[in-house]
Design a protein. Structure first.
Length: 570
């Protein structure tokens, strides 16, 4: 087929007026930009539609969806650095010619350079850039070109003699950690994790591999990384230690630090923990968005009944309100949402946390520094001298902190705190176990909120599931929650938006236990948590599982997710 020129080709493929295409062509040439980019940006043309039209005009194959598994021999035919630099990826070999996906079929110079460098015949397959980007990431891993360049630069520097005595190489380790390629690789991992809405990043060293995982919506996911990254594990750990002002020469003891990062105008706090392992140090990074809190209980997922009970508790003039649950269950977010509702000029609010996870206006916030003796207990004593109306304790860890918090609530202060227990009723027995007298617990605690986070069904790929498809146990659970056979159940079909998990985002489920005279008597008598929970349910408390099943009934989550997150109620 004879093509008149690039302008005519693009006009036919895009459906735009040829004069408009000529104008955009001049714009692209003057600014040395890709014609495809300019047509998509300025001409407001959908990229897949444009590329599919070009493929038809050029009589070239078009790849409209991602190929999940590419053979290692095919991937080895192009170096990661070359593939990533030119945004191409090898697909398969047909009759001695390698098929290569590219997103800009009009860039003849790039294609000629690629053929020359590889020294072999190549065939074009047109593919949208986002699909190529995903295949590059899945096939070569994050920072593959960075790792390859660094290993090439190092040559034989990483060779070590077995049995050689270890010497202090702190200066060389620091130099390696500050190499631009290592800095770039760590930054790439951080940026990718933030874009994926991850809450944690885990770097783990094993004998045969180096593993990187993200925790997204409470679940761990492996991150594709180049196999050769295991050779750089010492430099990666040293770089992270330098970022958080830790000792890079100390490899035998755990270390904890923190630093800040910024991406897209958003600031993030990074809590870093280093743990020595048999095959090298493991690194855990907690990501926290430093945003101004503007949340409400309904947005967090609390049902109307639970919201009403919480709202009644937080307007009390004094007392202790506990929020319980495991690490990562959203306790701090719930506490700050409660503070935001009572944050008015006539109320003085002070907090002590480790670390400060949210920033709020008109609230005095402090951070624990145990290395200098500024503990929760010491901070609480100092806070009382500032005449606060409301106090927030990040976590009750010991008897001293619990004792001060309780006595503060008895002297006219409203105190919020978190505690690590499995359910609301266990909060009372936990305080008794650490040595607080029953009469103090019973007279100070005014309410307990236990919560979990369940994953929400992806709104873009969810589909209806018939209730009769449930097993006997599932039907019993739904019937116990008052759900009939006609209830609508939903599940995700696993799409790109939800990273092929079927879930996207999380919602809180909670049980709220206000302290009534009956509950107070049981606490004073040191009754077990099961007895307290039984009475609370008789007085109207909805358990964690019952609250979660309501989310199933409303189409927010799935029954399997409820069973995963909540414990069975006896």
């Amino acid at each position: 087929m004879v093509i008149v020129d690039e302008v005519t080709l693009c006009a036919e493929a895009s459906g735009l007026d040829i004069d408009r295409v000529r104008e955009l062509s001049d714009f692209a040439r003057d600014r040395q930009r890709s014609m495809i980019e300019v047509l998509v940006e300025k001409g407001q043309i959908d990229e897949p539609t444009l590329l599919k039209g070009l493929a038809e005009q050029l009589e070239l194959p078009f790849l409209g969806q991602e190929i999940k598994q590419l053979g290692p021999e095919i991937l080895a035919s192009i170096s990661p650095a070359l593939a990533i630099r030119h945004h191409v990826i090898p697909l398969e070999e047909v009759d001695g010619r390698l098929q290569v996906a590219c997103w800009d079929p009009l860039d003849g110079q790039m294609w000629d350079d690629l053929c020359q460098v590889m020294g072999r015949a190549l065939d074009k397959v047109i593919c949208p850039r986002p699909i190529i980007d995903r295949m590059l990431k899945a096939s070569y891993g994050i920072g593959a070109d960075t790792v390859q360049r660094m290993l090439a630069d190092r040559g034989e520097k990483d060779i070590q003699v077995v049995g050689a005595k270890t010497t202090n190489l702190s200066s060389s380790e620091e130099a390696a950690a500050n190499e631009p390629t290592v800095v770039n690789l760590v930054n790439q991992v951080l940026a990718d994790a933030i874009r994926a809405n991850a809450t944690d990043i885990h770097f783990e060293a094993y004998e045969e591999k180096y593993r990187v995982r993200y925790r997204i919506d409470g679940m761990l996911e492996d991150v594709s990384m180049p196999v050769s990254v295991k050779l750089l594990r010492l430099a990666l750990v040293s770089r992270i230690k330098i970022m958080s002002n830790l000792d890079i020469t100390e490899k035998r003891l755990p270390q904890d630090g923190r630093c800040q990062a910024s991406l897209g105008g958003q600031d993030y706090d990074l809590r870093i923990s280093i743990l020595p392992g048999v095959h090298g140090e493991a690194v855990s990074i907690r990501l926290q968005n430093r945003q101004m809190v503007k949340l409400d209980l309904e947005a967090l997922g609390f049902e109307a009944t639970e919201r009403q009970k919480i709202n009644q508790l937080i307007v009390r003039p004094h007392g202790l309100i506990l929020v319980t649950g495991p690490t990562g269950s959203g306790k701090t977010t719930t506490l700050y949402t409660c503070l935001s509702k009572i944050n008015i000029p006539s109320v003085k609010i002070e907090t002590i946390e480790d670390p400060v996870e949210y920033w709020m206006e008109n609230i005095l916030q402090m951070q624990v520094h145990e290395e200098i003796g500024f503990t929760f207990a010491r901070a609480l004593r100092s806070m009382l001298r500032h005449d606060p109306d409301v106090m927030l304790v990040g976590e009750i860890r010991d008897r001293e902190t619990a004792d001060i918090a309780i006595r503060s609530s008895l002297t006219g202060h409203l105190v919020f705190a978190t505690l690590h227990t499995n359910d609301a009723a266990s909060a009372f027995t936990r305080l008794l176990d650490i040595g607080i007298e029953p009469f103090l617990v019973a007279s100070s605690v005014i309410g307990v909120v236990a919560q979990r986070l369940v994953r929400k069904v992806c709104p873009l790929c969810k589909r209806r599931v018939l209730a009769e498809s449930l097993d006997d146990f599932g039907r019993q659970m739904m019937q116990a929650a008052g759900c009939g056979e006609e209830v609508k159940l939903w599940e995700g079909q696993r799409c790109e938006s939800c990273r092929f998990t079927g879930f996207r985002g999380r919602s809180a489920v909670a049980e709220v236990l206000p302290v009534t005279p009956g509950i107070r008597r049981l606490v004073q008598q040191r009754e077990p948590a099961e007895r307290i929970k039984e009475l609370a349910c008789l007085e109207g408390m909805r358990t964690l599982r019952e609250s979660a099943i309501l989310g199933v009934k409303e189409g927010k989550t799935t029954l399997a997710e409820v069973l995963r997150v909540t414990q069975e109620d006896f």
